[in-house]
Design a protein around this ligand. Structure first.
Ligand code: AMP
Length: 570
């Protein structure tokens, strides 16, 4: 029987990727309809109200902010909704658009229907966030054969399976988060030893540090900066940050309403203004290593993933902190997706990939709310953990609990995840009630928690008295989607606009040009306006070869325009 194709997906905050293993080509990153392997994780509407995903949606973020949604991953598992045109969407539904777009690209590339996938999620993702990711896939018409932790995928991409037993430290510095994971590879078993992170620290903070530096060093009062000035400063800061990854010192000119401003920035100054951020990075790394009770010299390899790993001062900082040259050998943006496909092939028992058994740990404790008897009476709202944080997954544990009053008709079990002894500090993820035959005597029930490899929790409650009143329920957060909602979401999802690569390139170029038109100084704006008009005229009247030539010329011109706002010194 022919085996079903399973695609590997990195569903990222900024960009998403899809890949597959092919017998003749190995792991292949699947290009989207533009021929790019990175699909921006942005969903939007075009001028006719059709849903667009990726590059063309991203270009409209600035010009059509109310018709575009980005950074959806940050809201997975939250009970929030986003208005897109006239329709309200949950984060799962918006993610489903991205997944559907990746699925379609994979189907076009492979020439066959794809219904199964493996998706990577951050190691710190809670049960609720993992279920939201699975719901998104279901809406997109994909069955998730497994969710895999991103650092585990990164280690697989770096060929951990070819190594001898060792400890790996994976540092993931993305746009908005920093995750540190210590992986343990022992006798073909790869497990997450410990994992922690700072959810409010990423490349964006380095950009903001430069923004502050610019604001302090220009000859304009901060209070007199317009909203447009601020956007220009932010863009200039982002350019400076990127350029400093390849150069020691850079210079930029920014055209503000009060006049042109010149800014110089060296790596040395960048290091100084980022000191607080680097210290937070250090703290998170040290905490993770301490949690695992591992010594620094036991760490064999340090792997950097995430787009911000390109920041030179960060790489230098890590090298001097860990006394090791960090590894960054694969195309950074692709490494997690490559690792997901390695995991797919390990699951398929592909002999080309050897044997690695993947295990995970529960990122949070899971338990229930109880009342505890004290010398002063009952204390309520106490958290009783059934599965402790960092337990190996899959696992199954049970505990027995008793009624606290005579003739109790039932016991309600409120289920929480978190580390606090007080349930109100933890996250409630569900509730389950078991009916009893009311009796004078104390009655008990056994609660079994089974945590599967995808981080999904199964709760089983059995009355010890009758023995047969067993309940088995997959607990879902109240904010989570029920099966019924998933069916409704599937029908709500519109067709993603079938973009013709030629026409969508035109739209993309025009959206890019109109963004630049708003950003550049007025003397450049004039030439952009001319270029737009000329391009539109050729699209209306020109022959196909002429149109293609005009596309190339406009692209070169816009790239030059982007560069005009920045001059690299060295
Ligand atoms: P990710 O979420 O992993 O895609 O990372 C996105 C972050 O990487 C953003 O904050 C970007 O500014 C940052 N980034 C991408 N390329 C570079 C570069 N060449 N130098 C510095 N930061 C970069």
């Amino acid at each position: 029987m022919e085996r079903k194709m399973i695609i590997g997906i990195d569903l990222g905050t900024t960009n998403s990727l899809v890949s597959v293993w092919m017998p003749d080509n190995g792991i292949v990153m699947i290009p989207n309809r533009y021929g790019d392997t990175l699909t921006p994780s942005v969903v939007g509407l075009d001028d006719t109200g059709q849903v667009i995903v990726g590059k063309s949606a991203r270009e409209r973020l600035l010009t059509h902010p109310d018709q575009t949604v980005a950074l959806i991953k940050r809201h997975m598992g939250e009970d929030v909704s986003f208005l897109l045109g006239e329709e309200v969407y949950r984060p799962e539904e918006l993610s489903a658009y991205i997944l559907k777009s990746l699925k379609q690209d994979a189907e076009t590339y492979l020439g066959e229907e794809v219904t199964q996938c493996m998706i990577s999620v951050p190691a710190y993702f809670t049960n609720v966030q993992r279920q939201a990711t699975q719901a998104a896939a279901k809406i997109a018409g994909l069955e998730v054969v497994r969710l895999i932790n991103e650092p585990t995928a990164a280690a697989l991409a770096y060929g951990i399976q070819e190594e001898t037993d060792c400890q790996y430290l994976v540092l993931d510095l993305g746009g908005g988060t920093f995750d540190v994971t210590l992986l343990d590879y022992f006798e073909t078993v790869l497990s997450v030893n410990s994992s922690s992170g700072d959810k409010k620290l990423g490349g964006e903070d380095f950009t903001l540090a430069i923004v502050d530096y610019i604001v302090q060093n220009i000859q304009v009062e901060e209070s007199s900066l317009s909203a447009k000035d601020r956007i220009k400063i932010r863009n200039a800061a982002e350019y400076l940050k990127h350029s400093l990854s390849d150069h020691e010192e850079v210079e930029t000119r920014i055209q503000l309403e009060a006049g042109e401003q010149k800014i110089m920035l060296s790596r040395f100054t960048f290091m100084r203004i980022s000191e607080e951020l680097l210290n937070r990075i250090k703290k998170t790394i040290i905490r993770t290593i301490r949690d695992a009770e591992v010594k620094l010299d036991e760490i064999e390899k340090v792997i950097l993933v995430g787009g911000s790993s390109r920041i030179a001062i960060y790489k230098d900082f890590i090298k001097s902190l860990l006394k090791k040259e960090p590894e960054l050998k694969i195309n950074i943006d692709e490494s997690i997706c490559v690792g997901v496909t390695v995991a797919v092939e390990l699951k398929n028992e592909n002999p080309a990939f050897g044997e690695v058994i993947l295990t995970d740990v529960a990122p949070h404790s899971l338990g229930i709310e109880i009342s505890k008897r004290t010398s002063h009476g009952w204390a309520s709202g106490v958290f009783s953990s059934i599965i402790d944080r960092n337990s190996f997954v899959p696992c199954s544990f049970e505990k027995s609990y008793s009624t606290i009053e005579p003739y109790q008709p039932s016991i309600q079990f409120d289920i929480y995840q978190g580390e606090s002894l007080e349930v109100k500090q933890n996250l409630k993820i569900g509730s389950l009630t078991i009916p009893l035959t009311p009796k004078q005597e104390t009655q008990s029930a056994t609660v079994r928690f089974t945590y599967d490899i995808n981080g999904v929790l199964l709760v089983d409650i059995q009355s010890d008295e009758t023995g047969h009143s067993v309940q088995s329920v997959l607990i879902q957060n109240e904010s989570m989607m029920k099966d019924l909602d998933v069916t409704r979401s599937i029908s709500k999802l519109q067709e993603i606009k079938k973009e013709n690569p030629f026409e969508s390139t035109n739209e993309h170029l025009l959206a890019w040009a109109s963004r630049l038109y708003q950003e550049v100084p007025s003397h450049y704006a004039y030439s952009i306006e001319n270029a737009i008009m000329e391009f539109k005229a050729i699209l209306e009247n020109g022959s196909l070869p002429l149109k293609k030539k005009a596309q190339r010329q406009l692209k070169d011109f816009l790239q030059q325009m982007e560069q005009h706002t920045i001059d690299v010194l060295s």
